[in-house]
Design a protein around this ligand. Sequence first.
Ligand SMILES: [Zn+2]
Ligand SMILES: [Zn+2]
Length: 101
Amino acid sequence: MKGTCIICGCTESTPCFHVDDHRPCAWIDAQQDLCSCCSLQVIASPIDGTSATDMALVVRALRQALVENMVEIAELREVMAMNMLAVSNRPARGGLWTPGS
Ligand SMILES: [Zn+2]
Ligand SMILES: [Zn+2]
């Protein structure tokens, strides 16, 4: 059901909290029926013996984890690109500079 976590039953007004940093949970996607705490549990739980419904949840949880990592990777790439630019600009600037100018 939209607005209630199908696993732990938390809602937007009564979120559960992550054990690691105590931040309140958030919906992992627009379906708003699986919270971030439970998605981590879903990923961590063994695949064996899970029903078809659970498999769908695992896929959703993994997809969300992937999206989060993609954002992180994109940010890292941006930082790297800026560093590369800074490095490649250094000799170029030195080449443009002429004594006495
Ligand atoms: Zn939950
Ligand atoms: Zn929750």
